[in-house]
Design a protein. Structure first.
Length: 344
């Protein structure tokens, strides 16, 4: 294809992706790793509302073009047409501050099969920010522009490039500058976490602040503090966009993606009363997680306990299991406890 044809192909892809409201699984460092992506996207598909796509944990770009094995480590789905086992596409997210290096790595990721590149300007982690990565760049809109435009120029014209941001670093005073940088950068769509870096993950999320970004001539996706149907509806109304990215709520309630558009059961403060995925049905997925690949069983059990701790906010049964296994290190014992939680 010549460049003109590639541009048209990209626009057709974007039009198809956003033909209906999109529901995305958020990238969350140390949480939505390949195993968790596989589990959550499978659940969503089984419930009849698959995620439109998910985004990988960020791949940190520092001094050189990373070798292929690093990309495959973070995005093993690249071995399988960049899709999870359930068929959910995975976009590759990169993080860094050097425009040329970011561009070169993005181009290489595309050679390895990335269907789209997402650029992280939202990570609030101190270690990341101290090395000029993530949300600290929200105070440098010109750098944001340089990175996005360099990546856009480096990757094949038919492959979309997107960005994920917060409302600002310490406050929202640079929002106009950030919006201007995005507008002129060539980004194909934008995801916004509706809080500043300083606000972290503390409620509330300021969904209404997203509204001003709708002046951009690209799709805008809202993210932050979406835990149930009511939150989703309020977010879309206040943000002025039908597109949502689901984060911690989707880990706490793996059926959330099916619930945000479904009010057949009224949302209440008691999350377990509105779940369409029962604890019994979730057991098999938890066992699959515990039987997944990890550096060793200690790491795997630790990651499972992280997930179980989040599930306690969504399922009363999870709290009972947690109390029984919180000091347990043997995954076989944990699996037995899970199975017993259904019989009790």
């Amino acid at each position: 294809m010549n460049n003109s044809q590639q541009l048209q192909t990209r626009q057709n892809t974007i039009n198809q992706l956003f033909a209906a409201p999109v529901r995305l699984l958020a990238p969350m460092e140390g949480l939505t790793d390949p195993l968790m992506r596989q589990i959550l996207t499978q659940i969503a598909s089984d419930l009849g509302r698959p995620y439109d796509w998910s985004v990988s944990e960020f791949i940190r770009i520092t001094q050189h073009v990373l070798p292929a094995h690093v990309f495959y480590k973070y995005v093993p789905e690249l071995h399988h047409d960049a899709k999870t086992a359930s068929g959910t596409p995975i976009h590759v997210q990169i993080l860094g501050s050097e425009a040329q290096l970011m561009a070169e790595n993005a181009a290489y990721a595309c050679e390895l099969g990335a269907p789209a590149i997402d650029i992280n300007f939202g990570c609030p982690a101190k270690t990341v920010n101290s090395h000029r990565g993530g949300s600290v760049l929200l105070d440098e809109p010109e750098t944001m522009y340089q990175i996005i435009s360099a990546v856009r120029q480096a990757v094949p014209a038919h492959i979309p490039v997107s960005a994920k941001i917060r409302l600002g670093y310490t406050d929202t005073s640079r929002m106009d500058d950030i919006r201007g940088a995005i507008a002129s950068s060539g980004a194909d769509w934008l995801t916004i976490h509706a809080r500043t870096k300083t606000q972290g993950y503390k409620p509330p999320a300021y969904w209404d602040k997203i509204q001003s970004f709708n002046t951009l001539d690209i799709p805008v996706i809202a993210n932050g503090e979406i835990w149930n149907f009511e939150h989703a509806q309020n977010c879309m109304t206040q943000a002025g966009t039908p597109h949502l990215m689901l984060g911690r709520g989707a880990v706490t309630r793996p059926d959330l993606v099916a619930q945000v558009d479904n009010d057949t059961k009224k949302s209440t403060d008691s999350v377990e009363n509105t779940a369409t995925l029962s604890w019994q049905d979730l057991i098999a997925h938890q066992i699959k997680f515990l039987e997944g690949e990890a550096k060793n069983d200690v790491v795997l059990v630790g990651r499972y306990k992280q997930w179980l701790g989040m599930l306690t906010k969504g399922y009363v049964e999870a709290q009972t299991v947690w109390e029984g296994i919180k000091r347990e290190k043997n995954k076989v014992v944990i699996i037995s406890a899970l199975q017993a939680s259904v019989r009790d």
